[in-house]
Design a protein around this ligand. Structure first.
Ligand code: ADP
Ligand code: ZN
Length: 286
């Protein structure tokens, strides 16, 4: 039986998995993100137990996804300084001796969801994560949206609510979507962690407003058949109906959408969307 390796590389943890050609995961390991030397050392030890055919990686970033560039497979501009300009994929290929296919964490997640999750059978889908950061990956007409670079949909501008005086915490843009609606933004604005704000209606109405504005732009530009919303903040399930309501108010009947209950949904694979997609990538790297 052939074995394939998969990594979901995050800023706080790395999820590693070994799977079969059917996409079934047979072994996995989660390790905290340390320095590249430590983390790569640990995951090499894990994968070395198997004779891998190929590997797929969905990574935090920004990363270089352009195969023709010298920095292909590098993590480029992260605030995690030890990983900045780090030749992640070249290093993995060197240590493990297998071809590695590489994309962003959210691209891997949308690939996982369209192959085995809530968007199975569709041609177009958007996956957005609302967590420490905000990011989205899209497959449109069967293709991942990326070229010389990859989308950074978390940093779009949104219209500030007149009741909101929070300055925003994106180090690049202050009050972009990520600066206003990520988990750390919630915590900074309201003085408590997202999960401790569960019962506070005002918090989630404002959050849903900003996320609905973002979804409106994504829908108008990309026309996805489904939008999947994951990440820590979306564990607040009450956000889903609030987002659907705000979105229909913003769109105001201008575009025809399917029933919003089916259109905006949580990940069918739960927290495994990214690692499942990385395994799908591995199969394509063979
Ligand atoms: P990461 O983005 O680092 O991969 P997560 O998607 O879990 O990880 O996002 C972490 C962020 O989500 C933190 O800011 C955290 O406070 C917030 N978060 C995690 N769980 C919840 C929850 N149940 N409700 C609201 N916010 C949460
Ligand atoms: Zn920003």
């Amino acid at each position: 039986m052939k074995h394939y390796g998969a990594i979901e590389a995050g800023g706080t943890k790395f999820v590693c998995a070994v799977g079969t050609e059917n996409g079934e995961i047979i072994d996995r390991l989660t390790i905290p993100t340390e320095t590249p030397e430590e983390t790569i050392g640990e995951l090499t030890a894990f994968f070395s137990k198997y004779q891998l055919t190929s590997m797929g990686v969905g990574s935090f970033g920004p990363i270089c996804v352009a195969k023709e560039k010298e920095e292909y497979g590098y993590i480029t501009n992260t605030p995690k300084l030890a990983w900045k300009a780090y030749p992640f994929i070249p290093e993995l290929e060197k240590r493990l001796g297998v071809p590695v296919s590489f994309t962003t964490d959210v691209n891997a997640a949308v690939l996982g969801e369209i192959t085995k999750g809530a968007a199975q059978g569709l041609n177009s889908c958007l996956y957005i994560t609302v967590g420490t950061g905000i990011g989205a990956g899209a497959i449109i007409g069967g293709e991942l949206v990326q070229s010389a670079t990859h989308p950074e949909m978390g940093h779009i501008l949104i219209r500030r609510s007149p009741e909101d005086s929070f300055a925003g915490n994106c180090p690049y843009h202050s009050d972009c979507l990520e600066g206003m609606a990520s988990g750390p933004a919630l915590e900074k604005r309201w003085g408590k962690k997202g999960k401790d704000l569960a019962g506070e209606t005002k918090v989630w109405e404002l959050e849903a407003d900003y996320l609905a504005q973002a979804l409106m732009q994504y829908i108008l530009i990309l026309c996805p058949d489904k939008i999947i919303m994951g990440g820590g903040v979306m564990k607040q399930q009450q956000l889903f109906p609030l987002i659907r309501k705000k979105l229909s108010e913003y769109l105001n009947g201008y575009v025809d959408l399917p029933d919003l209950e089916d259109f905006i949904v949580p990940p069918g694979l739960g927290d495994d969307a990214g690692i499942t997609g990385a395994l799908v990538l591995a199969l394509s790297a063979e």
